[in-house]
Every structure is written in C-alpha cells, then in structure tokens.
Design a binder for this molecule. Sequence first.
Ligand SMILES: [Fe+2]
Length: 342
Amino acid sequence: MIFEQVAQGGCQSYLVGCAKTRMAALIDPEVRQIDRYKALIDAHGLSLRTVIDTHTHADHFSAAKELGRLYGAEVVTSAPYGTRHLKDGDTLEIGKLKLKAMATPGHTRDSMCLIFEDRVFTGDTLLIGGTGRTDLPTGDPDMLYDSLFNRLLKLDPKLLVYPAHDYKGRSCSTIGDEIANNPRLQKRERGEFVEMMRSLSLSMPEHLTEALRVNLSGAKSVAQLLNEAAATVPLYPMDDLKAGLGKPSDFVVIDVRERDAYEAAHIPGARHLPRGQLELRVNQAFPDPNVRIVAYCEVGKVSTLAAATLKEMGFPNVMGLDAGIKTWIERGYPTESGPARS
Ligand SMILES: [Fe+2]
C-alpha cells in the first residue's frame, strides 16, 4: 500500500495507492494542494482513479471535481456532479485495495467514514481530541451521537484514525485513544452529548457560503476565477504609466470602475468603460481589435477580470495595471476628476 498524508492549514487529505496495480485514490483533496497531489502521484508512478469527499466541506474548497476532470477519475461525492454516490456498506475498489464506506451523518447529513485495512478515514465525524461541529447546514448532534457511539466507536479500538482536519500538527490517533482521551467523547449519555454540541459557540468558517456553493455545484471560487484571469493577462507597471503621463503613447488606458468613482478621481487621460458595460460597449469603444489597452480599477481585481474578458473577446493586446488607483493615489500621483468625455 502506498500512503501519503497531505497536511496544510489544518486540512488533511490522503493519497492511497495500490502497490500492485498503481491505481490510486485521493480522499478529501483541497483545491490549493492540486500541484502537490500531482507531484505525489507522479513520484509514486500512480494512476489516479478515484477522488473522494467524505462530506460536503463548508470551510475549504474541494478539488474533487477538478481532479476528476484532470485525471478522468471517478468522483465520489454526494454533490450532484459526483459520478458515484456512496451508500452505507458500499465498497470502493482501488486496484487490489478495498475501502468500505460507513455512513456517519451528524457533522453533515452526507458524512461518510472509510474503513481501510488498519485505519479509518473519519472525515469530520471524529477528529483527534474532537468531533466535527454540528451547527453548520445539515448538521445534527443527535445523528452525530448515533454515528459515533453506536457505529464508529464500536470498531476495533486499534484502528488508526485519520481525520479530515487537525489544527495541532498531529497525524493520526486510534479509536481506543479517542474513546479514552477525547474530551467530547466523555459525554457518553445522549442528552449530555447533544447539549454539549449545542452549547459550543464556534465562529462561522470564513468562506462558508462560498465553500458550500462551490463544493455543492463544482463551480469555481472567486480566487480560482481571479487566478485563471490573471494567468491570461500581462501586467503593465504603474510607475511606467506615471512616467509616460502627458507624453504620446501607443495604448489606451481604461478605468473599469463605476461612474461615480471615475468622476471623483481617475488617472489623467483614462477613458471610462465600466466592467458592467464592457461587453456591450466594446465594439463602439474599440473598433480596432489590435489596439493596446491598459485596464485599471480600484485594487486590480476587477481590471484583471475585465482584461481577461477583453482577451476572450478578441483583443490580444490588453493588459492590466499592476496595481489599482488606490495605490496610485497613495503614491501621490496626479489624478483628474469630472465626467468622461464622450
Ligand atoms: Fe467538514
């Protein structure tokens, strides 16, 4: 068996490979670690066949859909884009390896644990010294009680526990150790356990709404959209733009912010083409598709999206300013105000 644990920022994901067939599975992959997974898969000479989310994550972005697309792998998730939906008792075969699914709702309704030889991947059902919270969408402390005390904790105490999160740099535990030492598991009576889970006042994960939307739909996060746009757009240095002010130039500067912001202060000579009207006004604004364009906005994000859109629309010579007008003003560079000239 080939086994790699990838820990980053409290998230734990796992690469499991069959030494005989070189087939592999990734459990709870996270989008920021895709390059690391690729490197591990290559280093071991593996073929990624299966990607698994133990549940719908609310606190980070799953890489399941993207890895499924990249490797043509089966995507095991309860989300609608999954190519396989696990049921309690199902077996996942990874070459000669077998992972057995155990439904453990509670942290979320779709939570699964995966039992594999001497270990169990517990997702967020059981953590080292903790349990998954039950106050996020579809969480239920009563269900978590049953999943823990009537299922998971009845497994062999020697089984190794590999959770989806650990915030203290620990790699694994055992069922027996958790039963003995995990503070949340000392409330063994249902009512006490439920009461304890209900009284935890935990702060909401930072990207809760976005993570749920992205993980349930398989669509892109804002960061992904911006990264993809940035990869297609060259940057023009702000200091060069400042140095060329008032001199003839072979490019057009466009301000893609809303009208109020443009009128209050803009870079001298900049034309106004707000991001929201870009597609509809671009033919009139730029009859020559080979025109060189430098786009800017407040901080550089909206202009990156605008420039990427222009590229897609057939303007190959579009760039983004390497910072927004906020930085321009902070540097004390000159601005103009007033309405756009038509
Ligand atoms: Fe979770």
